[in-house]
Design a protein around this ligand. Structure first.
Ligand SMILES: [Mn+2]
Length: 255
């Protein structure tokens, strides 16, 4: 089921003293952290299709904020679905810290422990790597080789081509956030994909409204300088989508 949300605090959003907006004719659908919940992604994409049918727009842009994999049950299928969706729609895929670790594991087996702690085992299982083997303490060298063999070329390219951020109008889309007092064009990837406290507690005007995920909250969170749309879909069943058109913002979530 899809639930329309009342967005509190939108009037507080300010960029350089004015209301943020997109150019006329653009509409952005920004989707939060999916974490292998193909079921919720399918529901949300169906709702967006219906929304575009009811309210046609010249140029809908889908922005996915990263963390497509890990924790949830259907990581491989989620990547398949996103690739399929991008064949007929304008899609921007941002890189999450989970995709960063997964792709690095192909060349650096020292990162496997960290990946497994982040829920990577569910991803390996979705790629057909036996959970039995994992439970039996199969060694990391074998695990890495199995992941190499199991990862389709199109998925490798998908992971490799993920973007660190996306700018449109007065909005800066990124997985985790930005480091305050560092120009948006000079941010480090490690901050864009991992930052929490220094960003979340900042009230500075970044020059764009930062739309991000990475730090789950129960409901979409609107600050003066940022909007957090990670509602912890993996655990809550709530996948959130922010819809932006000119200076109007709305949101829906699955429940
Ligand atoms: Mn994350």
């Amino acid at each position: 089921m899809i639930e329309p949300l009342t967005l509190f605090g939108v009037d507080r959003l300010k960029v350089l003293g004015r209301r943020p907006s997109l150019s006329a004719g653009q509409r952005i659908y920004a989707v939060g952290d999916i974490h292998g919940r193909l079921d919720l992604l399918n529901e949300l994409l169906a709702w967006i299709d219906t929304d575009i049918g009811l309210r046609p727009t010249a140029r809908p842009i889908y922005v996915f904020l990263g963390d497509y994999i890990d924790r949830g049950p259907a990581s491989r299928e989620t990547i398949d679905r996103l690739i399929e969706h991008s064949e007929a729609n304008e899609c921007i895929f941002l890189k999450g810290n989970h995709e960063l670790i997964a792709i690095k594991c192909l060349s650096d087996r020292n990162l496997f422990d960290q990946w497994m702690r982040l829920g990577g085992m569910e991803t390996l299982v979705s790629y057909g790597i036996s959970a039995q083997g994992l439970a039996n303490g199969r060694n990391i060298v074998e695990l890495q080789a199995a992941f190499h063999r199991a990862l389709p070329q199109v998925h490798f390219r998908f992971f490799r081509d993920l973007q660190p951020f996306f700018v449109c109008g007065d909005f800066f889309f990124v997985h985790a956030g930005v480091r305050p007092n560092v120009d948006l064009t000079r941010q480090k990837e490690s901050d864009l994909l991992w930052i929490r406290d220094e960003f979340l507690s900042s009230n500075v005007d970044f020059g764009k409204i930062v739309v991000h995920g990475h730090t789950p909250t129960l409901e979409i969170e609107v600050g003066s300088n940022r909007i957090n749309i990670d509602t912890g879909a993996f655990a809550t069943g709530r996948l959130t989508c922010l819809v932006i058109e000119e200076s109007s913002l709305s949101a829906v979530n699955t429940f």
